[in-house]
Every structure is written in structure tokens, then in C-alpha cells.
Write a protein that binds this ligand. Structure first.
Ligand code: HXC
Length: 263
């Protein structure tokens, strides 16, 4: 991994190979609890990455024992109804969900509450065998506030989402995998490596095709099938105008590796 920058206190930024930005959640003393500052730092990094053509994928990870233990409960305790309403957190989450490049999560240990919600904002989650996912807000007398009801039920279905949100019980990596919350389970010591390798694989594709593929896939959550199919076809057609698509086809016919420049 290339140079690591401590942009503030809560995250570290580094590069893996040429095109992968790595965000390391770095509040070990609070089990990577996502206080407002943490989300601000993540969104600042993503904002810069969005307009940086050298970044083609982003990997977010925590430590070997914790991805993120949720919102910062001590900070949350200060919120009343009005400050919860005017809080900047929903805007931070919107920025994360609007990020147009691939987001990969390498999850080891606990991904709880807002940590599980952050994992669900990832396009692809690779989980270590001892990862644990949960929405324990109910234990605090509250409910998930950053998509933990809406995204979880879409990811894992009603039965498991209800069980997790109403009981606060965690699920392990295998259950998360079987339910569709994670894409792969690895040994704990290879989770990050696997996420980085996958990010490099994605980064070698056409960034235009990747962008439109991500957009089309995510549209399926928002649109009826016929509208989604129309949107997909328009993006498919648009890509026919790209150099990358010509390069991909030419490389196949010439039996060589394509070089995608995002044009
Ligand atoms: C603030 C936290 C924290 C959190 C841990 N800490 N989780 N601080 N917010 N979410 C702090 C502890 O207070 C403690 O600080 C230190 O981290 C170590 O915690 P331990 O519990 O001693 O660590 P450990 O035994 O390793 O247990 C790890 C853990 C446990 C299983 C992750 O910490 C835990 O259950 N945390 C809370 C998980 C949770 O309820 N998450 C949901 C949050 S609510 P001190 O100072 O005592 O050393 C949420 C709502 C979103 O996400 C809604 C949005 C509005």
C-alpha cells in the first residue's frame, strides 16, 4: 500500500496500486464508532475521489476486530428531536450513497448499527469469517436511522431483517453471505487483500461502463422493471459511443488485453 495520510483523526487514506483509494476507519479507542466527524472525513475523501480520474474504486475497512461499532452513542446522547432532525448525518449518508464509483467494504469483526449501515452502502462487501453484522439500536430504545430498516430488508429479506432489527441479535458472516448481505467470506487475515484485489480487477475495466453498470443496478431499487430496463438500454446505447467500448471489442478480436482510458 502507498503512503498513508492521516487527514484528521478518524480515517486514514492510502492508495493501493494506481487506482484504488483505501479508507481505513481509525478510532480504535471507540471501536471505530462513526461520530459526525468520521462521516464528514469519509464524505470529504469521497468528494475528492469523485473528481479524481486516477481513483477508479474505493475500499473501506476497519481493524481486524471491528469494522465500525455504530454511531457514536456518546454523541447521539446529546441529540434531541430537533437537533436529530437538523443533524448533518443524513446529508453525509446521501453523499456516500450518491458516490458514482465502486465502493467495496472489507469487513472484519463487528459491523453494528451505523457500521452495518455503512457496510450496506458498499456496492460489494467482503467479510472475514468472524465478522458480525447487527442492528442493535433496539437495545438502546431506538431504531436504525441511516437505512438499516430499508436497505437491510432489501438485502436480506423480511424474515431476517425483522429478526435482526427487532431483537438486536447479530448474524455471522456465513449467515450474511447466505442472505445476500455480503459477496464473499474469507479468512480474517485475507479479507482486505481480497477486497483490494477485487477493487483492482474492477479498476482495470472501463470506468464509464463501471459507472453506468453501478447506476443501472442501483436503479432497480428505485424503479419499476420497465423503467429500469429502459434506463439500462439507454446506458447500454450510450456506451456504444465510447472509445472504451471500441477498445474492449477490438482487444477481444485481436486477442490482447484491453486498455480502458475512460473515454
Ligand atoms: C461510542 C463506543 C461505541 C459506540 C464502543 N464504544 N462502541 N463509543 N459509540 N457505538 C466505546 C466504549 O464506550 C468503550 O469506551 C470503548 O469503545 C471500548 O468498548 P468495549 O465495549 O469495552 O469494547 P468490546 O468489549 O471490544 O466490545 C465491542 C462492541 C461493543 C461489541 C462493539 O463496544 C458494543 O456493543 N458497542 C455498541 C454497539 C452498538 O450498540 N451500536 C449501535 C450504536 S447506535 P470507554 O471510554 O468506556 O473505554 C447506532 C444508531 C444509528 O448506530 C442511528 C443513527 C441516528
Amino acid at each position: 500500500m502507498n503512503t498513508t495520510t492521516n487527514i484528521d483523526d478518524d480515517i486514514l487514506l492510502s492508495r493501493y496500486q494506481e487506482h484504488v483509494l483505501v479508507i481505513t476507519l481509525n478510532r480504535p479507542e471507540a471501536r471505530n464508532a462513526l461520530r459526525n466527524q468520521s462521516l464528514r472525513e469519509i464524505t470529504t475523501a469521497l468528494h475528492a475521489a469523485a473528481s479524481d480520474d486516477t481513483v477508479r474504486a474505493v475500499v473501506i475497512h476497519g481493524s481486524q476486530t471491528v469494522f465500525a461499532a455504530g454511531a457514536d452513542i456518546k454523541e447521539m446522547a446529546q441529540l434531541n428531536a430537533i437537533s436529530a432532525l437538523t443533524d448533518s448525518r443524513p446529508e453525509f449518508w446521501k453523499i456516500i450513497s450518491a458516490f458514482h464509483k465502486p465502493l467495496l467494504g472489507a469487513v472484519n469483526g463487528y459491523a453494528l448499527g451505523a457500521g452495518c449501515e455503512l457496510a450496506m452502502h458498499m456496492d460489494i462487501v467482503i467479510a472475514g469469517e468472524n465478522a458480525k453484522f447487527g442492528q442493535p439500536e433496539i437495545n438502546l430504545g431506538t431504531i436504525p436511522g441511516a437505512g438499516g430498516t430499508q436497505r437491510l430488508i432489501k438485502a436480506v429479506g423480511k424474515a431476517l431483517a425483522m429478526k435482526m432489527v427487532l431483537s438486536g441479535e447479530m448474524i455471522n458472516a456465513q449467515t450474511a453471505m447466505a442472505a445476500g448481505l455480503v459477496a464473499e467470506v474469507t479468512s480474517d487475515d485475507t479479507t482486505l487483500e481480497r477486497a483490494l484485489t477485487l477493487a483492482c480487477t474492477i479498476a482495470a475495466k472501463s470506468p464509464l461502463a463501471i459507472r453506468l453498470a453501478k447506476e443501472a443496478l442501483l436503479l432497480s431499487f428505485e424503479m419499476p422493471l420497465s423503467a429500469g430496463l429502459n434506463a439500462e438500454r439507454k446506458s447500454f446505447s450510450l456506451l456504444a459511443a465510447s472509445d472504451d467500448r471500441n477498445e474492449g471489442i477490438a482487444a477481444f478480436l485481436e486477442k490482447r488485453k484491453p486498455l480502458f482510458l475512460g473515454k
